[in-house]
Design a binder for this molecule. Structure first.
Ligand code: NAD
Ligand code: ZN
Ligand code: ZN
Length: 364
């Protein structure tokens, strides 16, 4: 868990309540190391502290709380970092990624305001109401998606955040249309899956932008038609490939959003094009600083999206089905695996640009 911004992840013993109504006790098997947890450590985004990290997890149900219907001990689960109740205004509209239950993902408490982790009687939160860096967690059934037991959970965990978010950014939020030219800024765990999504959805040109050579190489292996190191190169290339029209859509999946990357994304798209902001930064910072008149005169759009704009309970099984059919790559996304004691090393590797995705494999 993390006690404060700027501190390292600490391995501690915590007390865990049994599952209450509509909840499940899950033994986490694996958890992806997404940059969103790093935002909490770095201080870009400040949650309620202390908090158990991890929101990209897969595990096995060990106990079913009262009223959690349709669940059995032994069920395999991929966690959705956004809970979906199924009947609020947003869920009813098919936008369950913005379900009202998401309100407490940074408080780390359950919907009724109570906590499941405790240390010497003090309440400890859980990132996205999950806390998948812990070996065990009690979560709402609204955060749990039952998956096929045949699927390796050490790979399946990635679909809980990075894969679904990147894929959805390209496929639903851009959306990529057949023949499009798509520019993707930032090829980490999210951006690489935007590459897979854009390629799958029929883009003619998928231009990956990342200053790191290992990321560009990976992008080319995962479906990018071009990979460049800078926004200037992306600009030149998109102009050249589209006869001076510009890219159809630009996706921002960098680690920390800056006004520069947003401006570059707005400049690289054609009139009537769209920029999708999936990456995050300090919410107090004004990271969109562009000419409003350019947006008006060229009818350009900038939109923000959570979970790639998809519905977690629909997307997670769908993406795993694509994986089982050999149409979506998961194994290739994992650069390195870590044990719990190596969590800080895993995040240092992320910051140093070594990993497309690191995965924590729990020992029990
Ligand atoms: N909206 C959502 O639902 C959602 C979900 C998950 C993660 N996120 C956010 O998405 C972002 C990406 O997460 P990640 O885990 O993939 O991060 P990551 O650290 O794995 O990858 C970021 C990549 O961006 C590259 N980069 C940095 N500046 C760049 C620039 N100016 N141009 C091009 N590339 C640049 C880095 O070299 C790195 O390869 C984070 O901000 C994370 O919090 C959002
Ligand atoms: Zn994430
Ligand atoms: Zn809802």
């Amino acid at each position: 868990m993390l006690r404060d911004s700027g501190k390292d992840w600490e391995v501690v013993e915590l007390d865990l309540d049994p599952p209450k109504s509509g909840e499940l006790l899950v033994r986490w098997v694996a958890s992806g190391l997404c940059h969103s947890d790093e935002h909490l450590r770095h201080g870009d985004i400040v949650p309620r502290f202390p908090i158990v990290g991890g929101h990209e997890g897969a595990g096995i149900v060990e106990e079913v709380g009262p009223g959690a219907t349709g669940w059995e001990v032994g069920d395999h689960v991929v966690a959705s970092f956004l809970p979906a109740c199924g009947h609020c205004r947003w869920c009813a509209q098919g936008r369950s990624n913005i379900c009202d239950l998401g309100a407490t993902i940074l408080e780390g408490c359950m919907t009724d305001g109570s906590f499941r982790f405790h240390e010497n009687g003090d309440d400890i939160g859980a990132m996205c109401m999950l806390g998948t860096f812990s070996q065990y967690g009690v979560i709402s059934e609204h955060s749990a998606v039952k998956v096929d037991k045949e699927i390796d959970l050490t790979k399946a965990c990635l679909v809980g955040c990075g894969v679904a978010t990147g894929w959805g950014t390209a496929v639903y939020s851009a959306p990529t249309e057949v023949g499009d030219t798509i520019v993707i800024f930032g090829i980490g765990g999210i951006g690489i899956n935007a590459v897979q999504g854009a390629s799958h959805a029929g883009a003619t040109n998928v231009i990956a932008v990342d200053p790191l050579a290992n990321k560009r190489e990976m992008a080319e292996q995962m479906g990018a038609t071009h990979a460049v190191a800078s926004a200037e190169e992306a600009m030149e290339l998109s102009q050249q490939l589209t006869n001076g029209v510009g890219a159809d859509k630009a996706l921002v999946t960098v680690d920390v959003v800056t006004p520069e990357v947003v401006e570059n994304a707005v400049n690289v798209i054609r009139k009537g094009g769209r920029v999708v902001l999936t990456a995050l930064a300090d919410p107090a910072k004004a990271t969109v600083q562009v000419s409003g008149s350019v947006l008006t005169l060229f009818e350009k759009e900038i939109v923000g999206r959570l979970f790639g704009g998809g519905n977690p309970h629909l997307e997670i099984p769908k993406l795993l089905g694509l994986y089982q059919a050999g149409r979506l790559k998961l194994d290739e996304l994992i650069t390195k695996t870590y044990t719990l004691d190596e969590l800080n090393t895993g995040y240092n590797d992320l910051i140093e640009g070594k990993n497309v995705r690191g995965v924590l494999i729990h020992e029990h």
